[in-house]
Design a binder for this molecule. Structure first.
Ligand SMILES: NC(=O)c1ccc[n+]([C@@H]2O[C@H](COP(=O)([O-])OP(=O)(O)OC[C@H]3O[C@@H](n4cnc5c(N)ncnc54)[C@H](OP(=O)(O)O)[C@@H]3O)[C@@H](O)[C@H]2O)c1
Length: 182
C-alpha cells in the first residue's frame, strides 16, 4: 500500500509552536489547497489524537487515529469512519483492515511528530512544505530528532531523496519538495 506524508514546517523544521499549536504563520492558501486535494484522493488518513485536519470534507474521510486510550483497536464512537489504534497492541496492517482499507489503499500520514516518525522507513513519498521566512522558537519539530538534525537530514538517513520541487508562494518563500524512496 502506498504511504505518503504531508506537512508544512518553518525554516527551522517546526510544525507547531511551543504550546503544541500550529500557528497561523504556517498557514498559506496554496499549501492548504495542495494538502486538501491530497487528502481527497487518499483512501485512509493516519494521524495522532491532536492532528485532525479540520477541513470541510473531513467527515467524509476514513481515518485511523493513534491513541493509548485503547489497548489495541476500537471503533471511534463519535465518528463512523474513524478507527482508534494503539500501535503497542495491533499492527498497522491490522489497523488498516479494521478501518476497511485493503492492501492497495493509498495512505496519507498527517502527523504529529511521533506519528511521522513511525513510518520513516515505509514512506513512498514525504511531501515537505517549508516556509523559509518563518522561524518558530522552542516549537515542536516535524520529527522528534528536529532541530538537532534538519528534517531533510532525517529523511535522507531513512533512504528518501529530494525529487519534485515546486514553489507554492513566491512572495512568502514557501516551497514544496517530494522526498521519494531512492
Ligand atoms: N504544520 C503541520 O503541517 C502539522 C502537521 C501535523 C500536526 N501539526 C500540529 O501539531 C500539533 C499536534 O502535535 P502532537 O505532538 O500533539 O501530535 P499528535 O500525534 O497529533 O497527538 C499526540 C497524541 O497522539 C497519540 N499518539 C501519538 N503517537 C502514538 C503512539 N505511538 N501510540 C499511541 N498513541 C499515540 C497520543 O494520544 P493519547 O494521549 O490519546 O494517547 C498522543 O498524546 C497540532 O497543533 C497540529 O495542528 C501540524
Amino acid at each position: 500500500m502506498p504511504i505518503e506524508a504531508y506537512v508544512i514546517v518553518s525554516a527551522n523544521g517546526m510544525l507547531a509552536d511551543k504550546t503544541g499549536i500550529m500557528p497561523d504563520a504556517l498557514k498559506f492558501p496554496a499549501d492548504q489547497s495542495f494538502f486538501e486535494s491530497a487528502l481527497d484522493s487518499a483512501d485512509l488518513i493516519i494521524h495522532g489524537r491532536h492532528s485532525h485536519e479540520d477541513q470541510k470534507r473531513s467527515a467524509e474521510r476514513r481515518r485511523v487515529v493513534l491513541t493509548s486510550r485503547v489497548p489495541t483497536l476500537a471503533k471511534d464512537g463519535t465518528h463512523p469512519l474513524s478507527t482508534l489504534w494503539n500501535p503497542a497492541g495491533a499492527t498497522f496492517e491490522e489497523a488498516c483492515a479494521a478501518a476497511g482499507v485493503g492492501t492497495t489503499g493509498r495512505i496519507a500520514v498527517i502527523g504529529g511528530p511521533a506519528v511521522y516518525e513511525i513510518f520513516l522507513d515505509r514512506y513512498d513519498a514525504f511531501w515537505l512544505s517549508q516556509a523559509h521566512q518563518v522561524n518558530i522558537e522552542d516549537g515542536h519539530g516535524v520529527f522528534p530528532g528536529v532541530p538537532a538534525s534538519t528534517p531533510q537530514q532525517i529523511l535522507t538517513s531513512h533512504g528518501l531523496r529530494a525529487a519534485e520541487h515546486r514553489v507554492l508562494d513566491a512572495a512568502a518563500d514557501v516551497d514544496l519538495t517530494a522526498w521519494r524512496r531512492a
